[in-house]
Design a binder for this molecule. Structure first.
Ligand SMILES: [Zn+2]
Length: 329
């Protein structure tokens, strides 16, 4: 009897305990459920000592920030120099509160220094204009080359990473601002270097004076081992530097180096008549210049196919060489 009594009280006791545990479990479940309805886990974000908001996905947010810091916006911002890092703290937040990832992103990014990527267009190394792309630089260079701008070789560009953004200029404006017209070089008119000669005296319609005094060292029509053809002029020797005068007034049609002539001046006297002054040591006139009879145009020399200082003097009519001694000397 006694044993049964103990067993009975034990069973009653156990039932009470189980009921109690059950009640506790149910209560916990209800509390947990209530918490689940009202709260949710989130990350509190702190930056530079102050709370700046909440995010549900700290990894995604931090990736977005890191990406912008390293690579910018793939347009003008190349990268951002941000010194501080945000801190994330896990906590339970009332459900009404919304994550503000974008705001957090902007606060962190704008705390840094953005470095802009752009190109400087330079003339002789000096920054003149700014553009945003490599293609625009190439366009400016190509267009200046295409227009044969005088400064085309002085214009270059360089990639810049700077914390300040410059004003960009469109390529058409840059090209028209940089374009420099090449000076028109007056080309020497065509001169005859043919060996056609005429021994007879033809009327020139003008009177000539001696371009220089000296001794005649080779006459018109002479043949020489130094030449493949007959001599188209008259050689008058004197000392190097002796002034050479224009035999008649006219316009300079050639004033430059010309093969075996060395430094050559040709003066047009009109009516197809020209005088040639070869082997000069220096040229004192330029193409297109008007010269008067007797005006000093250069100095005697030995340039070109020459063995000593002398003037090679020619008179030509319609390109045909005439004998200077029919008129002078
Ligand atoms: Zn000669």
């Amino acid at each position: 009897m006694f044993k049964i009594g103990i067993l009975k009280s034990l069973v009653i006791h156990l039932r009470t305990s189980i009921r109690l545990i059950f009640i506790i479990l149910i209560s916990l479940l209800i509390i947990g459920f209530l918490i689940f309805i009202v709260y949710k886990p989130m990350y509190k974000v702190s930056f530079q000592g102050s709370e700046i908001g909440y995010t549900e996905d700290k990894r995604e947010l931090q990736n977005k920030i890191n990406n912008y810091i390293e690579k910018g916006d793939s347009k003008t911002v190349a990268f951002v120099d941000v010194e501080d890092k945000p801190e994330y703290t896990m906590c339970l937040i009332k459900k009404g509160l919304v994550a503000n990832d974008n705001e957090i992103f902007n606060i962190i990014i704008s705390s840094g220094t953005p470095y802009y990527k752009y190109y400087a267009i330079m003339e002789k190394g000096e920054e003149k204009y700014y553009v945003s792309s490599y293609a625009e630089c190439e366009e400016v260079i190509a267009e200046l080359k295409n227009k044969d701008s005088k400064n085309q070789d002085d214009v270059t560009y360089s990639l810049k990473y700077e914390p300040e953004l410059k004003d960009f200029t469109d390529t058409a404006t840059i090209v028209s601002a940089l374009y420099v017209k090449k000076p028109v070089v007056k080309k020497s008119s065509k001169i005859s270097t043919s060996t056609t000669i005429n021994y007879s005296k033809v009327s020139l319609g003008i009177s000539l004076i001696r371009p220089v005094n000296g001794s005649i060292t080779s006459r018109f029509g002479a043949s020489s081992y130094r030449r493949s053809s007959r001599h188209t002029g008259l050689d008058i020797a004197n000392s190097k530097g002796t002034p050479i005068k224009a035999a008649a007034g006219g316009t300079v049609s050639y004033a430059s180096w010309k093969g075996s002539y060395g430094n050559l001046i040709v003066i047009d006297h009109g009516g197809g008549i020209q005088t040639y002054y070869g082997h000069l040591s220096s040229i004192g006139v330029s193409v297109g210049q008007s010269v008067g009879q007797g005006q000093v145009i250069g100095a005697m020399g030995s340039t070109g196919n020459s063995t000593g200082p002398h003037l090679h003097f020619e008179i030509r009519s319609g390109g045909v060489a005439l004998n200077p001694q029919n008129y002078l000397y």
